[in-house]
Write a protein that binds this ligand. Structure first.
Ligand SMILES: *Cc1c(COP(=O)(O)O)cnc(C)c1O
Length: 406
């Protein structure tokens, strides 16, 4: 397989080198407080059949991969939930089971490998919390040094996690957008590799592995052990619900399916439904108005709390091209969905992960109950217990003996 960078706007091709992050031509017109211009995608050239190894489709050789098990996350068949909702082909892809408990490990894994290949030992980034704790953990495994810029509002567990893995952490007196800008300035001055989402092309490319895994997990057989026939194979990738902040996971999901289509392994790109928090809905607004505005946002789902989606232009173009959809859910719906998912399935996901499920619940009345639906849960619920606490009631009294309650 051969790999090149390809500009998502002008389609110009470039060799894959660590000094290059954005298309040098298109990024010249970058405006402040706007999504990145000239995001680079990896373009592959070659052939593969359905027995491909995921690493065959990645632009960094396995000898550079960090030594920890990222991806291959389980695909749940939630029997109770299927029965309750009437969707018998509902699946949950649980990316909270990655080593640092979020989807971000897919991107950090490939960034780490890319840096290793070029003997770069320092990696820096901005994060709402998960990308940072992820890069910290994966950097620890690979022996790389990680510098992290976090907004002061990041949930404490994510900060502690990053420090636990030995990262150097700077807390920014502002939001994620401010951390993003500071981290770019930092790596421009200090060198090393910057892992900022969408800015480093390996982030989207690493995230595509989720779709390749879905192809393998759904394509070969379903989990009941019955082989799916050819027409079921295409419907098996019908609808994917994914929560969106910067739009980098969304783009990765599309990229994986587009690679599979290019290789002739699937016929259609599935419908992707992007779910945003109603109070942090920049992509949703741009989907309707065509414009990205820098409006201050806030949501309980901190991982998708983004004023300016850095991969907004690229993500929006994909949604339009492949007939995806963008929808919003309220914080209340997210917290309700988080609790109800846990109670019906045994899966505890953080609010951003629950947003995708809340989107499914909201859209369900308009969906074909036979459709094969995948919900991506992107982070573990223990990462933010303060938010989850809003959906439950804590014990109010202390007891001293069994007589107190009987
Ligand atoms: C980062 C993140 C998202 C959103 O991904 P984007 O690429 O920013 O759209 C969703 N859920 C969780 C748990 C995340 O950490």
């Amino acid at each position: 397989m051969e790999f090149k960078y390809c500009c998502s706007i002008c389609n110009k091709n470039f060799n894959i080198v660590p000094e290059l992050n954005l298309c040098p031509d298109c990024s010249k017109n970058q405006q402040p407080d706007q999504p990145l211009l000239g995001v680079l995608e990896v373009k592959l050239k070659g052939i593969a059949d359905e027995t491909f190894a995921i690493s065959d489709l990645l632009p960094v050789e396995p000898e550079y991969f960090p030594p920890l098990p990222v991806g291959n996350t389980p695909l749940w068949e939630p029997a109770n939930l299927r029965q309750k909702t009437g969707f018998k082909n509902l699946f949950i892809k649980d990316d909270g089971s990655n080593p640092t408990s979020s989807f971000k490990d897919r991107a950090s894994f490939l960034v780490s490998a890319f840096a290793k290949k070029f003997n770069i030992n320092d990696i820096s980034l901005a994060s709402t919390g998960n990308a940072g704790s992820s890069m910290a953990g994966i950097g620890a495994a690979a022996g790389q040094s990680v510098t992290l810029f976090l907004p002061k509002t990041a949930p404490k567990a994510k900060l502690v996690q990053a420090l636990q893995y030995g990262a150097k952490v700077f807390q920014v007196d502002g939001n994620y957008d401010m951390a993003y800008d500071i981290s770019l300035a930092y790596s421009q001055k200090k060198g090393g590799m910057n892992r900022n989402t969408a800015y480093n092309p390996m982030t989207i490319e690493g995230k595509k592995t989720v779709s390749l895994e879905l192809f393998k997990q759904l394509g070969q057989s379903n989990l009941n052990g019955t082989k799916l026939n050819k027409s079921e194979l295409n419907r098996a990738r019908d609808i994917v619900f994914v929560s969106v902040g910067d739009g980098c996971i969304l783009a990765g999901v599309y990229k994986g399916f587009r690679d599979l289509k290019q290789l002739g392994l699937i016929r259609d790109i599935p419908k992707i439904v992007a779910v945003q928090a109603k109070t942090s809905d920049a992509l949703f607004r741009a989907y309707t108005t065509g414009k990205f505005e820098n409006i201050p946002t806030t949501t309980i789902a901190d991982s998708i709390c983004v004023d300016v989606p850095r991969n907004g232009i690229h993500a929006l173009a994909q949604i339009k091209q492949y007939n995806g959809e963008v929808m919003t859910v309220t914080d209340d719906e997210i917290i309700q969905a988080q609790a109800s998912l846990s109670r019906t399935t045994g899966l505890f996901t953080e609010p951003a992960g629950a947003a995708a499920f809340a989107g499914f619940l909201k859209a369900a009345p308009g969906l074909d109950p036979d459709a094969l639906i995948v919900i991506l849960t992107t982070g573990n619920g223990l990462k933010d217990i303060a938010s989850a606490s809003l959906g439950i009631s804590m014990p109010q009294t202390l007891i001293h003996s069994v007589d107190d309650i009987l």
